[in-house]
Design a protein around this ligand. Structure first.
Ligand SMILES: *[C@@H]1O[C@H](CO)[C@@H](O)[C@H](O)[C@H]1NC(C)=O
Ligand SMILES: *[C@@H]1O[C@H](CO)[C@@H](O)[C@H](O)[C@H]1NC(C)=O
Length: 574
């Protein structure tokens, strides 16, 4: 398969010929240009911004392995390690560089000048030098790469002499300073804004595309590192605003493959506080207070959405359809409607700019061949023809269950009900303008870890909120009935079952309930039937075994109570 990328490079095939060549790779792993080749020319690199400031408690390089492996599997070339000046910074950089080396990833430092001093160019350079020799250091054009968050005015010559090397420096300077010492610049203008770090207002709307144009014209051929963000919502007492998000991730990736920027940075991997994470909630991190809007709000589907675009981008291909290897549906929406009033229990009020978000369910189809997508948001139901490739559909969001069904030739291909209903409940008493992201087929359960929940109840005005994930552990029901792909139907979801032989009869009721809705833990339960089923709506609560019951009840109670069956004597809400 190497020959595809090679031929593409050597003879400069037209887009049409590339598409034809790639479409002949039926079911094959799609080849993309190697990092070595792209890094040598500083062209078509993909980074993700990684906040070291919330992982200070990690204790080993292996604590980074899951992040490194996941990012690499999705095509991200390097993490931009955002550092302040905390006491744990060097320990964590050491772990991250080591884990990257162990997992075939690259990393570089992104200096956060909210903490670093622009007068300390030499110190910045010395920090680069400390890690530049490691095998995981990203080298561009054979030079150690470094970046920043803000930092206008730092002396770049001092950085290079402090580093003792010709650093390839692409900082987040604003497009009005001298470019003579930098190699390029990162824009943080990933969201339409009012030009003053808030959502557009009073008719002032500085768009992402305008930011791109301002940077490209200012850089005049130097490397433009373009941002790709999915969302923005933050709800701290010190900062309480949103930026227009909606279909942003889909729109932006399409812009990226059309524009072909030299480098892109996904903003971010793990900034839960600003709700633009595409990495897992389960990535080990401490709680800066963001669990109040991140708990039960996985974003993993956004990385699934990004994957074929990343591959297309790296190959210089403007047709993402060539990189879709399986049918997938990615959906997102907010868990409440704009009209919900939480003022009596949320003293911060709605975030600034919330009017720029609409009550909409967004659905992206990544399809190998055309199908039909039905989106049911509460009582709203609409069916759309979805072509092969990547397409987006929207329906007005309504209270209740959110159900998605992909059919082809009249047969159901993928179908499922989201674990997250849209409700008129102020969760934890608070406004939450984060997005819930789900997929078909359903992804793995992705709960916040205990450290990431530590601040959940701090300062709440309600007492009903517990610092635990409460989505439940079941995948939404889905059927995989591959009408077009030639393989025989594979039932993947249990829809009937009971207690396993030799297990306590006390499990009977729980197993019967849970197995009939797709969650049938082997051990206590045994599945006796497969097929589609739809669990009762989640009630947003978590169940635990009553005192003295064995841990085999943990998952069962969690699932059954979450769906309204919480039998006394076995389970209780926890
Ligand atoms: C800002 O401009 C973009 C591009 O024209 C448009 O899609 C968006 O709706 C505008 N936003 C606001 C809040 O007017
Ligand atoms: C089954 O439930 C009963 C009543 O709660 C209890 O006394 C008994 O110990 C349970 N048996 C097992 C094996 O859990």
């Amino acid at each position: 398969m190497k020959s595809i990328a090679g031929a593409f490079r050597r003879v400069g095939l037209t887009a049409f010929a590339v598409a034809a060549a790639l479409s002949s790779l039926v079911n094959a792993e799609i080849e993309v240009r190697s990092l070595e080749e792209r890094a040598a020319s500083g062209n078509r690199l993909v980074f993700a911004h990684f906040m070291i400031g919330i992982v200070g408690q990690r204790t080993s390089a292996s604590d980074y392995d899951a992040d490194m492996q996941r990012a690499k599997a999705y095509g991200i070339d390097a993490f931009a390690l955002n550092i302040g000046t905390d006491s744990y910074t060097d320990t964590q950089l050491g772990f991250a560089y080591q884990s990257a080396a162990n997992n075939g990833m690259k990393v570089f430092i992104s200096f956060d000048f909210s903490y670093w001093q622009t007068s300390d160019g030499t110190g910045v350079g010395q920090k680069i030098a400390q890690y530049a020799g490691q095998s995981a250091q990203l080298q561009v054009n054979g030079r150690p790469f470094a970046s920043s968050f803000i930092g206008d005015g730092v002396d770049v010559n001092a950085i290079r002499s402090g580093a003792g090397s010709n650093v390839y420096f692409v900082p987040n300077f604003h497009p009005n300073t001298d470019t003579s010492t930098i190699d390029g610049a990162l824009s943080w203008g990933a969201w339409d804004s009012n030009g003053n770090n808030r959502a557009p207002s009073n008719g002032v709307n500085v768009t992402v595309a305008e930011n791109d144009a301002a940077y490209e014209s200012w850089l005049n051929g130097k490397t433009y590192l373009a941002p790709v963000a999915p969302w923005f919502n933050t709800h701290f007492s010190s900062k309480n605003w949103v930026f227009p998000s909606g279909d942003l991730l889909f729109t932006r990736w399409n812009e990226v493959i059309q524009q072909g920027f030299p480098m892109v940075e996904i903003v971010t991997w793990n900034d839960y506080g600003e709700s633009h994470y595409v990495g897992p909630l389960s990535s080990e991190h401490s709680d800066d207070g963001s669990s109040k809007w991140a708990n039960d709000m996985p974003h993993d589907g956004w990385l699934d959405l990004s994957k074929p675009f990343i591959a297309a981008y790296k190959n210089g291909d403007t047709n993402v359809a060539n990189y879709i290897t399986q049918d997938q549906v990615i959906y997102w929406y907010r868990r409440n409607l704009n009209s919900l009033n939480c003022d009596s229990t949320d003293s911060l009020g709605r975030p600034d700019g919330y009017q720029t978000l609409s009550d909409t369910v967004y659905v992206v189809t990544l399809l190998k061949s055309a199908g039909s997508i039905t989106i049911k948001s509460g009582s709203n139901s609409q069916t759309f023809n979805a072509g092969a490739g990547a397409n987006i559909f929207t329906v007005n969001a309504a209270l209740g269950q959110q159900t998605f069904t992909l059919t082809r030739n009249g047969a159901s291909v993928l179908s499922g009900t989201s674990l997250m209903d849209i409700t008129a409940v102020c969760t934890c008493g608070l406004y939450n303008f984060n997005a819930y992201v789900g997929t078909l087929p359903a992804g793995a359960s992705d709960p916040l870890p205990p450290d990431g929940l530590a601040q959940l109840t701090a300062g709440l005005q309600v007492t009903t909120c517990k610092p635990t994930p409460s989505l439940g552990t079941n995948p939404p029901t889905s059927t995989v009935n591959n009408g077009g792909g030639g393989s025989s139907p594979t039932p993947t979801n249990c829809n009937a079952g009971t207690v396993a032989d030799g297990e306590s009869g006390n499990f009977t009721g729980l197993c019967q309930f849970a197995c009939s809705f797709g969650y049938c833990p082997p051990g206590p339960c045994v599945c006796t039937g497969f097929g589609p089923s739809t669990p009762p709506a989640t009630n947003g609560r978590n169940g635990c075994p009553v005192a003295g019951e064995p841990s085999a009840y943990d998952g069962l109670c969690s699932f059954t109570c979450n769906h309204g069956y919480c039998p006394e004597g076995a389970c209780e809400y926890c």
